[in-house]
Design a protein around this ligand. Structure first.
Ligand SMILES: C[S@@+](CC[C@H](N)C(=O)[O-])C[C@H]1O[C@@H](n2cnc3c(N)ncnc32)[C@H](O)[C@@H]1O
Length: 318
C-alpha cells in the first residue's frame, strides 16, 4: 500500500442489525457477501452470541483485515476469497443441517481502504495505475485495458451507462487522442481538459471513474445475478438486506424485490396469467432506509447509502 488505509466506517450499522433481527436470532446463520473490513460482520457476531457467519470478499486484502478483526469470534466466523455470485456453490455445505440463511447482507461498492490505496487506482486524486479490479489477483480486465484498447464508442457507452456522464462522447474522444494513458492523474487531467461549461459541484472525473469501476468489476451484472441466488438460500422468514450507493444499483434491487414480491409478472394487458410466477418475498422497506443526519455528519461516505430489505415468505405461501 502506498498510503495508510483509513479505517472503513460501516454504514447504517444499527439499521442492518435491526433489519436482520440479529438480536432475536442468537444462534442464527448469517452471510456477509461483501465482508470488507468486517465491521458489519463483527457487529452481527457480537449481537448474536452463538451465531455463525460466513464472510466473502473478492479482495484478498480486505479478507486479511477482516480475518484479524473477526479472530476473537473463533470458528463462529468463516471467511472465503470468493465473489458473492458463487454463493450457490459455497453456502449449502457451510449451512450443513440448517434450513437456510437467517440473514444475508450485501453492502455494495468499495471500501474506504480500497479508495485510499493509490495502487488500486480507484481515486482520481491519488496517482496510481489504472487498475480498479476488486480482485487484483484475478486475470480480469483493468481500467487500463478499457482506456487504452477500447474504441471511442465503447468507452463513451460505458461512461454514459454506468456514470450517467453527459459529456461521454467528448471525453471518449479526448481519451483516444491522449492515449496511451496509464495513471489515474493522467486520466483525470485528460477529463478536466475535455470539459467546458459551468463548473459542477463534483470533480469532472467523478462520473468517469465510477463508470470504469462498475465496468471493470461488472458490478451491475453481479447484483442482478446474485439477488435471486440469495433469496433461494434464505430460510422462510430469513431476510436479505442490500445497501447500495448509487441509483443504478438501487434501481436493480428495488425492481427485483418488487418482482419477487408479486404473484403474476405477465405484461399488464395480458388477460390470463401464463407466467405462473408466485411471490416468494415480502418487502420490509417500501421506501429505502437512509442514514440519519448524525451518521452523515461523522461519515460523509454514507450520504448516498440506501438500505432495502426483503423477507422470504413461509413455504406454505409459495
Ligand atoms: C462497502 S465494502 C463492505 C464493508 C463492510 N460491510 C464493513 O463493514 O467493513 C464492499 C466490499 O465488497 C467487496 N465486493 C465487491 N464486489 C464483490 C463481489 N462480487 N463479491 C464479493 N465481494 C465483493 C469489495 O471488495 C469491498 O471489500
Amino acid at each position: 500500500m502506498t498510503s495508510p488505509a483509513a479505517p472503513h466506517i460501516s454504514v447504517l450499522l444499527d439499521e442492518v442489525l435491526h433489519a436482520l433481527r440479529v438480536a432475536e436470532l442468537p444462534g442464527g446463520c448469517f452471510l456477509d457477501g461483501t465482508l470488507g473490513a468486517g465491521g458489519h460482520a463483527a457487529a452481527i457476531l457480537a449481537a448474536a452470541p452463538q451465531a455463525r457467519l460466513l464472510g466473502l470478499d473478492r479482495d484478498p486484502a480486505a479478507l486479511a483485515l477482516a480475518a484479524d478483526r473477526l479472530a476473537p469470534f473463533g470458528e463462529r466466523a468463516a471467511l472465503r476469497h470468493a465473489s458473492y455470485e458463487q454463493i450457490a456453490e459455497i453456502v449449502p455445505s457451510w449451512l450443513g443441517n440448517a434450513p437456510g440463511l437467517d440473514g444475508m447482507l450485501l453492502d455494495l461498492g468499495l471500501s474506504s481502504m480500497q479508495v485510499d490505496d493509490a495502487e488500486r487506482g480507484f481515486a482520481f486524486m491519488r496517482e496510481g495505475p489504472l487498475d480498479m479490479r476488486f480482485d487484483s489477483t484475478s486475470s480480469e480486465i483493468t481500467a487500463d485495458d478499457i482506456i487504452n484498447t477500447w474504441d471511442a464508442e465503447s468507452i463513451a457507452d460505458v461512461l454514459f451507462r454506468y456514470g450517467e456522464e453527459r459529456h461521454s462522447r467528448r471525453i471518449a474522444q479526448a481519451i483516444l487522442k491522449a492515449r496511451p494513458i496509464h495513471t489515474t492523474r493522467e486520466l483525470a487531467g485528460v477529463i478536466e481538459h475535455a470539459q467546458y461549461g459551468p463548473r459542477e459541484k463534483i470533480h469532472p472525473a467523478t462520473r468517469t471513474f465510477q463508470a470504469l469501476r462498475i465496468a471493470v468489476n461488472d458490478e451491475l451484472g453481479a447484483v442482478e445475478r446474485v439477488l435471486p441466488l440469495a433469496l433461494n438460500l434464505l430460510r422462510p422468514g430469513g431476510r436479505l438486506a442490500v445497501i447500495s450507493f448509487h441509483s443504478l444499483e438501487d434501481r436493480i434491487v428495488k425492481h427485483t424485490f418488487k418482482a419477487e414480491a408479486t404473484d403474476c409478472i405477465c405484461p399488464p394487458r395480458q388477460p390470463i396469467c401464463t407466467c405462473g410466477h408466485r411471490a416468494r418475498v415480502r418487502i420490509i422497506t417500501p421506501k429505502p432506509i437512509q442514514p440519519t443526519d448524525a451518521e452523515i455528519a461523522v461519515n460523509t461516505r454514507s450520504r448516498s447509502a440506501r438500505l432495502r430489505v426483503a423477507e422470504r415468505l413461509e413455504s406454505k405461501k409459495l
